[in-house]
Design a binder for this molecule. Structure first.
Ligand code: HAM
Length: 424
């Protein structure tokens, strides 16, 4: 069907796009203030990057990746997330040789062949940040605090921040064995997916959404109970830093996140108002990922937010958005000669930096005025043949409701000085 886009994709239309631009501007502002530079990576990568980086036992890679062979018979995948690509670029361009930490952010489309429902799409947009090169728990607190600050700036309230520590490979190993011993007698109660990844990745049972898995996992050893002293200290410090700056959190020992690269801190932000897909962002530390991708041993941490879900939460909560397109001037012309003159004035006003528009649909004067009203127009210039013959136009102040005749030659200056006065 040519009249509908592929399932799970969305068009962002005028009217809605202004909301996106507002969120994107907030992203750029906050990243500048927190010291993050933008990184732009390709939307497709070698499939191998995601297999090794994100993990071949994850739902994202195992079930949801858009993978194809290109004409050179290489296996290529559309990126399902941004961390692996940022890390690949960090290694490829030896960013680790620069003063550390490296702090980057990105926004863009991600692709997952997911079961489409409200808040879950096949092409969706993420804003993400990554900090590479430091294992300081203060960095963990910074990225978590930054995420919460971002939501706050957009006016979101009633959010839940869940944090946990999934430990390092050492404590993970003993926890994994304990977990497997706990779950083995309950194996037949687990969902098919968890059964198949039980040997490779039993941790995922802890945050599997299936009722049977939640039931079977009740009372299972959690990640935090088995943390080694270093990981326990690290987690304690993350919490202390968050407490210091008053960021409120819930320690959720079942939070393990869906991607394999996480070590130590893991966190997720929920917006209970937006329905089943309530996770509006999440992230964590990934101290083994740079090495996994072929770089030197380097710690890292980051998060990503789904912009569709952030927007849905804002709309749900009635958050304020800036006004859409507003016009400084609308020029209403009547008759062909007046239209020609209006076109010249329009050009002149725009070159002077004013937001100006005129009618291109042959509307009557009445409907031109009505059309101008749609854009919260500040001034309307009305030119008919009669005014034109006298070198004049009517300038109407749409807010005050008054109008005056102004010579065409001084129209631009007049509007500009009125605007200046208003600013004072
Ligand atoms: P993630 O939890 O897979 O983490 O995705 C982050 C966010 O993207 C989710 O919280 C959700 O808001 C949004 N999201 C995910 N899938 C979809 C979908 N199908 N439709 C709409 N929104 C979706 C990551 O991607 C990690 N790379 C985050 C990270 C960065 N960890 C460390 N650094």
């Amino acid at each position: 069907m040519l009249t509908a886009g592929p399932k799970g994709t969305n068009d962002i239309l005028p009217g809605q796009v202004e909301k996106w631009q507002y969120i994107e501007q907030t992203i750029r502002d906050i990243c500048r203030e927190y010291g993050y530079s933008e990184i732009r990576t390709p939307v497709f990568e070698h499939t191998e990057l995601f297999l090794r980086g994100v993990g071949d036992t994850t739902d994202v890679v195992e079930k949801e990746m858009y993978t194809f062979e290109d004409k050179g018979r290489r296996s290529i995948s559309l990126r399902p997330e941004g961390t692996a690509s940022a890390v690949r670029a960090y290694v490829e361009h030896k960013l680790y040789a620069q003063p550390q930490p490296t702090k980057v952010f990105y926004t863009g489309s991600m692709f997952r062949y997911a079961n489409v429902q409200a808040g879950r799409y096949r092409e969706f947009h993420q804003f993400g940040v990554e900090v590479l090169g430091s294992n300081d728990p203060a960095v963990d607190a910074e990225v978590i605090a930054m995420a919460m600050d971002f939501y706050g700036r957009l006016g979101l309230t009633n959010l839940e921040l869940h944090i946990n520590s999934v430990g390092c490979p050492t404590c993970r190993k003993s926890h994994r064995e304990e977990l497997q011993s706990f779950l083995r007698p309950r194996l037949d109660k687990l969902c098919k997916m968890c059964q198949s990844r039980f040997e490779r990745n039993p941790l995922r049972v802890l945050d599997c959404k299936e009722n049977s898995c939640q039931e079977a996992g009740r009372g299972a050893p959690t990640t935090t109970t088995g943390l080694c002293p270093d990981c326990a200290d690290h987690f304690a410090l993350v919490k202390t830093y968050l407490d210091t700056i008053g960021v409120r959190y819930i320690v959720n020992e079942r939070l393990v996140r869906g991607l394999d690269y996480y070590t130590n801190t893991a966190f997720e932000i929920m917006a209970p108002d937006i329905g089943a897909q309530s996770s509006i962002g999440g992230g964590g530390r990934y101290n083994g990922l740079v090495e996994q991708v072929g770089g030197p041993v380097t710690p890292g941490i980051g998060y990503a937010l789904g912009l569709e879900r952030v927007l849905a939460a804002m709309e749900q909560q009635g958050a304020a958005f800036p006004a859409g397109l507003t016009l400084d001037v609308f020029i209403a012309a009547l008759g062909e000669a007046a239209k020609n003159s209006a076109f010249a004035i329009l050009n002149d006003l725009r070159k002077a930096g004013l937001v100006a528009e005129m009618d291109y649909m042959g509307r009557s004067l009445k409907s031109q005025m009505k059309y101008a009203g749609k854009f919260n127009t500040r001034f309307t210039v009305i030119i008919g043949d009669d005014e034109l013959n006298r070198g004049m136009a009517v300038l109407r102040d749409m807010v005050v409701g008054q109008q005056e005749e102004v010579a065409l030659g001084v129209l631009r200056d007049k509007i500009q000085s009125k605007k200046q006065e208003e600013k004072k």
